[in-house]
Design a protein around this ligand. Structure first.
Ligand SMILES: [Zn+2]
Length: 442
C-alpha cells in the first residue's frame, strides 16, 4: 500500500477559521452586515435559516465536534458552507430545530482510505490503521504458517481519499464482503450424476460463472457437497501458496515363487507384506481456503515396503508307480484307448449319468474350458512336468481358464456335448504332448 503525501489534518478550529473567512466574504458581497435572518447554504443551496451568524456557527461547530468525537477522527463538512444574511422575512429556527436540520442536511467526510478491487472502489476505511487491520486479518485467515505466501488474484489498490463517514466499512463488514460479495448465494446440494454443465443450464448461467462462484471446483463433483449456483462472487480471491510435508504409507506388492517341493495347486505365504512409509513434500496452492493445486516436489522413503511372498507348488502328487490319477467319475469303461473303428481312440470313455460331477484327476491349472468341436464342452488341465488331462462332452463347466484346481475338485458335469451316443466322460491323458493310456495311471 502507498500513501500519497502526508495526511492532511483539518481540525475543528481550522474549520471554523475557514468558515469565518467565507462568512466575511459573503457579507461583503451583500453589502450589508445586518439582517434579520441568516441563511445557511451548502454549495449555494439554502438548507436552514438561523437567527444569526453566531447561532449558525455555533450549531455547526457543535455538530462537527460531535461527529469528530464519535469517529475519533477529524471530520469536515462535505461541500461549501456559507452564511448569508438575508432580508427576507423567513422564520428563523430555534437552537433545537437548527441543530436537527443541520444534522439531517449536512454530510461529513474524513481523510480516509478507499480500496479499489480491479479498479472499482469496494471498501472505504476510516484510516490506514483500519485498512491495514483488514488486509492483515484477511491474510492471516488463509495463511498456513511462516513459509506461506499470500497474494490476491485481483488488483488491489489503496487510495487516500475523503470518504463520507456514513459509508465507512468496519473490518468485520469488509471481511464478509471480501469473502461473500454483495448479495445472497443460492446453494445446490450435489446429487449423483450432476455435472457443471447441467447445473449451469438448469440455473441459467455458465460453467465459467459456476467456477468463479466456487473457487477450486472441478468436474469431479461429489454427491452431498454444496455448490453455489447463483449469487455473489467473493470480492477478493486470497491465494495461499505453501509447501507441506505429509507422511504417507507405501503399499506392498506380492511376489510369486514356484516351488517344486510343494504339491501343485497349493500356496504358502512365506513372507507377510508390510507397508512402508514416506515423507512427501507438496507444493500447494489454495484459493480462499480451497486447495486448487497440489504437486509433489520431493519424496523421501523413511521405510521401504516389504513385499508379500507366496510360494506356489509345482510338484505333481501322483507318480506313474506309486501315486495314481483319481477317477473323474466312477463308472464302467465303455471304450478303451487305442485302435477303434479303423482309427484311434485317443482316450477312454467312462459311462456316467447326465449331470454327475466330474472331478480333477490330479491337482493342476485349468488350461482351457471351452467348446472344442467334436469334444463338445471340454476342460483341459495341466499338472506340470508335461502331464495334461482332458475331460470331454460336459453338460456344464465348473471351472474357468487359469484357475488352480486340487485333486478331486469338481470341474464340470457329465453330458452329451460334441459327438456322443450317450452321457459319458471322454478322458485323455497327454505326456509331453503325446497321447497316453490313462488306465496306466488310474
Ligand atoms: Zn471317447
Amino acid at each position: 500500500m502507498t500513501r500519497k503525501g502526508k495526511q492532511k489534518r483539518i481540525s475543528y478550529p481550522s474549520l471554523l477559521v475557514g468558515t469565518m473567512v467565507i462568512i466575511g466574504f459573503a457579507a461583503f458581497i451583500l453589502g450589508s452586515g445586518v439582517g434579520k435572518v441568516c441563511a445557511v447554504t451548502v454549495n449555494g443551496k439554502t438548507i436552514a435559516y438561523a437567527q444569526s451568524k453566531g447561532q449558525a456557527q455555533e450549531a455547526l461547530a457543535k455538530l462537527a465536534a460531535r461527529k469528530t468525537k464519535e469517529l475519533a477522527q477529524d471530520v469536515m463538512v462535505d461541500g461549501k458552507v456559507e452564511f448569508k444574511t438575508v432580508r427576507e422575512s423567513e422564520n428563523a429556527y430555534d437552537d433545537k430545530k437548527l441543530a436537527s436540520v443541520l444534522d439531517n442536511e449536512l454530510s461529513f467526510v474524513t481523510e480516509g482510505v478507499v480500496v479499489n478491487i480491479n479498479g472499482t472502489p469496494q471498501f472505504r476505511f476510516k484510516n490506514k490503521d483500519v485498512t491495514d487491520r483488514f488486509i492483515k486479518q484477511l491474510r492471516n485467515k488463509y495463511s498456513t504458517g511462516e513459509n506461506c505466501k499470500i497474494s490476491f488474484a485481483e488488483k488491489v489498490e489503496t487510495l487516500n481519499q475523503k470518504v463520507n463517514i456514513e459509508k465507512l466499512n468496519t473490518v468485520e463488514e469488509a471481511m464478509r464482503l471480501a469473502e461473500q460479495g454483495r448479495g445472497q448465494p443460492e446453494i445446490h446440494i450435489i446429487e449423483e450424476n450432476d455435472t457443471l454443465w447441467d447445473l449451469a443450464v438448469a440455473n441459467n448461467t455458465t460453467v465459467d460463472r459456476l467456477k468463479s462462484l466456487n473457487p477450486g471446483v472441478d468436474e469431479n463433483l461429489r454427491p452431498g457437497d454444496e455448490i453455489k449456483v447463483s449469487g455473489s462472487t467473493p470480492l477478493l480471491t486470497v491465494i495461499a501458496s505453501y509447501e507441506t510435508i505429509e507422511q504417507e504409507k507405501i503399499p506392498f506388492g506380492t511376489q510369486y515363487r514356484s516351488d517344486a517341493s510343494l504339491p501343485m495347486g497349493t500356496r504358502k505365504i512365506i513372507q507377510q507384506g508390510t507397508e512402508g512409509l514416506k515423507k512427501v513434500t507438496y507444493k500447494v496452492i489454495a484459493k480462499n481456503g480451497k486447495i486448487t493445486e497440489k504437486t509433489v516436489l520431493d519424496e523421501n522413503i523413511i521405510e521401504k515396503s516389504v513385499p508379500r511372498i507366496i510360494k506356489q507348488g509345482t510338484k505333481l502328487s501322483y507318480s506313474s508307480r506309486g501315486g495314481r490319477l483319481a477317477w473323474p467319475v466312477s463308472g464302467s469303461i465303455t471304450s478303451r484307448f487305442g485302435p477303434r473303428w479303423g482309427g484311434k481312440h485317443r482316450g477312454i470313455d467312462i459311462a456316467a449319468g447326465y449331470g454327475v460331477p466330474i472331478r480333477a484327476a490330479a491337482p493342476g491349472r485349468v488350461v482351457s474350458a471351452n467348446w472344442q468341436g467334436g469334444y463338445g464342452r471340454m476342460v483341459v488341465i495341466s499338472h506340470g512336468n508335461g502331464i495334461v488331462t482332458r475331460y470331454a462332452h460336459m453338460s456344464a463347466f465348473g471351472v474357468q481358464k487359469g484357475q488352480t484346481v486340487s485333486k478331486g475338485q469338481i470341474i464340470g458335469k457329465v453330458g452329451t456335448s460334441g459327438n456322443t451316443t450317450g452321457p459319458h466322460v471322454h478322458l485323455e491323458m497327454l505326456k509331453n504332448g503325446a497321447q497316453t493310456n490313462p488306465l496306466n495311471y488310474l
